[in-house]
Design a protein around this ligand. Structure first.
Ligand SMILES: Nc1nc2c(c(=O)[nH]1)N[C@H]1C(S)=C(S)[C@@H](COP(=O)(O)O)O[C@H]1N2
Ligand SMILES: [Mo]
Length: 350
C-alpha cells in the first residue's frame, strides 16, 4: 500500500478513537499534549516542542512535599565561600529571567515508563550568584539541600556552568508544591535526582559526599543515557499494557491501514542523529521521522508509520543514536540509568 493510501485509511479510522482508550483522561485535548502525534497528524511534520501538562508530569519525592512560606523562604550559600549569601524570593525575581525547554527523567524510570516529562521552565542562572559569593579553591563539591532534607552533591565545575538555573516557573505557572515551590535547581544533562526541589541551601564542601539516593547505590554522576522510548503504538499508551498490544484487523484501530508508532528520545547533551525502529526483534531496522528541538536537553520526538501486511505477533524495538552515543541493545535498566531496550509485543489479529 502506498503511503498516501495508508494515510487516508488512518484518517478515516482515527475519528474518536483516542478519546475512548484511556479511562482517566478527560478529553482528547489532553491526549494531544501527551503524545507526539495522533494518527491523523501523520502527514504533518512533528511539532518542535511537546510539553507535558503540569497535571500529567510525574512527581518523584522521597517524602511528603514540604509547605514553604514564600515570605520566610531563603536560599543560603554556605560552606567554603568567601562571602556567604542569603537570597529572598524577590532577589531571585530581580535577577535576569530566561525560559527554556528541558526534559526531566527519573534515573529509576523503567524502560517505557512514565517518569519522564518535558516542560518550559523559567528561572535565572546560578552562576552570577556563585561568582558573587566566591567559591574557595578548597571546595570540591556542592551539596544541594531541599526543605524536605533531601540532599545531593555535584562537583564544583558541574555547577559553575552558565546553563545551571534556579527555576521558579513551569509551563508558565509558579512551581506547584509537589514540583518544588518556590524554587528548584536544574542541572541539564542529569537525571531528576540531581535537581533538588524546595531548594534552601547550596553548600560548598571540601570532601566528596553522597546524597540521599546516591547512598542507596544510584549513580553519583547520574548522567542521562542516550535512549529512545516508545510511548505509543497506534492509540495505545504502551506503559499501560505490559508492553503487549492486540490490534484488530477491522474496526476503528484496525492495523491494515498502517500502525502509528511514536515516542521520544533523549541524550545527555547532544542532538539525536537517528531513531530507528525494528518490528522483528532487532533483525532489521527502519529509520523513524524525528524533530529537531533547538536544545539537546529537550526530548526529540519520533514517529514511524508501520505498514504490516500479515497478521501475527511482532516484537517492536526503538533505538536512538545521538552525535556521540548509540543506545545499547540491552534489556535491563541499571542503577546508573543505563536505558534498556523496550520490547513491545504486538499481536495483529487475523
Ligand atoms: N527536595 C527534593 N528534591 C527532589 C526529590 C526529592 O525527593 N526531594 N526527588 C528527586 C527526584 S529522584 C526526581 S526524579 C525529581 C522529580 O521531579 P518532579 O517531581 O518535579 O518530577 O526531583 C528530584 N528532586
Ligand atoms: Mo528520580
Amino acid at each position: 500500500m502506498k503511503r498516501r493510501q495508508a494515510l487516508k485509511r488512518l484518517l478515516q479510522a482515527s475519528g474518536g478513537m483516542v478519546a475512548t482508550l484511556l479511562p482517566g483522561c478527560v478529553n482528547s485535548q489532553h491526549l494531544r499534549l501527551l503524545f507526539a502525534v495522533e494518527p491523523q497528524q501523520f502527514d504533518q511534520p512533528l511539532p518542535e516542542h511537546r510539553v507535558t501538562p503540569v497535571g500529567e508530569f510525574y512527581v518523584q519525592s522521597y517524602a511528603s512535599p514540604p509547605e514553604v512560606n514564600l515570605d520566610t523562604w531563603q536560599l543560603q550559600f554556605t560552606g567554603l565561600v568567601d562571602q556567604p549569601l542569603t537570597l529572598k524570593f524577590t532577589d531571585i525575581l530581580a535577577a535576569p529571567q530566561a525560559d527554556f525547554y528541558l526534559t526531566m527523567e527519573c534515573i529509576g524510570n523503567r524502560t517505557g515508563g512514565k517518569q519522564i516529562g518535558n516542560a518550559l521552565w523559567m528561572g535565572t542562572p546560578l552562576l552570577p550568584f556563585l561568582k558573587q559569593v566566591g567559591v574557595q579553591d578548597k571546595a570540591v563539591e556542592f551539596m544541594l539541600h531541599g526543605a524536605d532534607s533531601y540532599e545531593t552533591t555535584l562537583p564544583v565545575a558541574d555547577l559553575m556552568r552558565s546553563d545551571v538555573q534556579l527555576v521558579h516557573r513551569m509551563n508558565g505557572e509558579p512551581l506547584t508544591r509537589s514540583h518544588g515551590f518556590p524554587l528548584r535547581i536544574i542541572i541539564p544533562g542529569r537525571y531528576g535526582q540531581k535537581q533538588p526541589k524546595w531548594l534552601t541551601e547550596i553548600e560548598a564542601i571540601a570532601t566528596p559526599k553522597k546524597g540521599y539516593w546516591e547512598r542507596q547505590g544510584w549513580s553519583n554522576t547520574a548522567k542521562i543515557a542516550t535512549h529512545a522510548i516508545a510511548q505509543k503504538v497506534q492509540g495505545e499508551k504502551v506503559w499501560n499494557k505490559n508492553y503487549h498490544i492486540d490490534l484488530p484487523r477491522m474496526g476503528e484501530s484496525g492495523w491494515q491501514g498502517g500502525v502509528t508508532l511514536a515516542g521520544v528520545a533523549i541524550d545527555q547533551a547532544q542532538p539525536m542523529e537517528w531513531v530507528r525502529i525494528s518490528t522483528d526483534n532487532g533483525q532489521t531496522w527502519m529509520q523513524a521521522d524525528i524533530n529537531q528541538p533547538s536544545s539537546p536537553h529537550e526530548w526529540t520526538l519520533w514517529q514511524y508509520l508501520w505498514q504490516p501486511t500479515q497478521p501475527g505477533t511482532y516484537k517492536l524495538l526503538a533505538q536512538a543514536k545521538s552525535r556521540t552515543e548509540t543506545q545499547k541493545i540491552i534489556d535491563k535498566n541499571g542503577k546508573d540509568g543505563s536505558a534498556g531496550i523496550l520490547r513491545i509485543s504486538v499481536n495483529l489479529e487475523p
